[in-house]
Design a protein around this ligand. Sequence first.
Ligand code: VGL
Ligand code: ZN
Length: 203
Amino acid sequence: MRALIIVDVQNDFLPGGALAVRAGDEIIGPINRIQQKFDLILATQDWHPADHQSFAANHAGTKPGDMVTLNGLPQVLWPVHCVQRTHGAELAAALQKYRFARIFLKGTHADVDSYSGFYDNGRTHSTGMAEFLHQRGVYEVCVCGLATDYCVKFTALDAAREEFRTSVLADACRGVELNPGDVQRALDELRTAGVAIRITDQV
Ligand code: VGL
Ligand code: ZN
């Protein structure tokens, strides 16, 4: 059994959104086309309370891009994004959703960020995604979505760590690139961790 994990294809990460990823909308077509090749399809949704501590607006005297320490973990501060029940937090309208077996919400605890769809950054809360996949006999996962250098990367690293045969579909991802080269570094880090970097035509 092979699963597709579609990470955070939400309005706030698309052009015009609060934390827009350049050309993020270009991945929706490839993601819609590739769904037919998978037995099981999951999605994640970044789903923050308004008081989330990853927002620069919740730390006096800071701006997006600044670094702070949050409960002992280094934390990049972001613009307010993906606040629960707002338009920005909704999955992209053009994303085909009818085959989604489940949507996993993440980033719901105000005091810790959650880039991975499996665990928060402090690894204290599980979303239940690993158990969900194991229970359905999944042995291989392909990860796509936004953003390559954050949530896609950490979701794929956790998948590999959970011993799924893991690929990232490079043409079905786009990155934030807070620093130039972040996407390339993320792909290198993924390869080193045993994650295959593929394109949707190879799946
Ligand atoms: C993400 C930054 C903050 C992502 C989520 O989906 O990659 N990045 N929250
Ligand atoms: Zn977030």
